[in-house]
Design a binder for this molecule. Sequence first.
Ligand code: BT5
Length: 248
Amino acid sequence: MRSIVWRKEHFDEIDSTNTWSVARANEGAPEGLVAYADFQTAGRGRLDRRWESPAGASLLCSILLRPELGPDDLQLVVACVALAARAAIVRLCGVRPDLKWPNDLVVGDAKLAGLLAEVVVHDGAVAVVVGIGVNLTHEGPTTVEATSLRAESGVTITPEALLDILLDELEPRRSSLGSAEGRAQLRDEYQRSLVTIGQTVRVERTNDSLVGLVTSVDPSGRLVVEVDGVATTVAVGDVVRVRRQESP
Ligand code: BT5
């Protein structure tokens, strides 16, 4: 695959970089468009949740990709960006966050970053907008267990510095999406980076929840959870670690 030409668009303030990028994808914008902002007035998480950050305290960006993948493989695109962000963070300040399935970067149990992927189909062409918010100097809302890169490393990193290294790390992983061998390598890197593997978790879905042991991710990046000895594949949901009960 030819290398991607990244085209960065900066906003002092915007409602949401994802909302803006989804609109551009709907107009047919090519792969490589990157929107980033100092401040979002309506930053979005999944399921209509909010992403909060004061001005200039986070990397807030959305990346438009057009991978040649089926809808079942969306989680691999999220994995690409999450792994690129993790590698960039290691390069810049030595902090090594874990990935928490499906869309978080965490240090211990504290959330450092969240990702939001949205699929756009326009004239039969598929685009994926992957948004990521990384706390640089802001430790997130007080209501959640969250952290920042400055709190973890003492280093203040600018959004531009993190974005440039993230895109540098994303390029080879984006290429990997284009071949079966590359996808297998990506899945291995994803699996190694996921703190969720080996945990007993409760997966909360819109209409139900299940509890089981996470054993792996499948080739499409979906979570494989063993429930009463039976392997169940989970494509979407929030994951909460269940601490094992001590025997009385
Ligand atoms: C996410 O959703 O974690 C996805 C966040 C994606 C944000 C980026 S910023 C650039 C782009 N443009 C957007 O509009 N969005 C993307 P979810 O897993 O649903 O988590 C949301 C929850 O995280 C909230 O309900 C809060 O509990 C918590 N939260 C909000 N702001 C946070 C922060 N700065 N740090 C840590 N946790 C936060």
